[in-house]
Design a protein around this ligand. Structure first.
Ligand code: SF4
Length: 65
């Protein structure tokens, strides 16, 4: 199941909620809350860094390179 918020898409079946994207995002658009990854769409630029650091390929960020 994909969850699209703003410009970021996260595949909830692939995400292991490791927090790597939350740590890397310069805009703090990704936040780990409990056992869930929360996306704050209004903060996303989008730069694409989160998608690059995701170890499972769960994130797609169309604006990123
Ligand atoms: S880096 Fe990938 S696997 Fe880790 S919390 Fe973010 S989306 Fe999920």
């Amino acid at each position: 199941m994909n969850d699209r918020r703003g410009s970021i898409t996260v595949d909830r079946n692939t995400c292991v909620v490791c927090g790597a994207c939350a740590a890397a995002c310069p805009a703090e658009a990704l936040v780990v809350e409990g056992l869930s990854l929360v996306i704050v769409p209004e903060r996303c630029r989008p730069c694409g860094i989160a998608a690059l650091v995701c170890p499972t390929g769960a994130l797609a960020c169309p604006g990123g390179k």
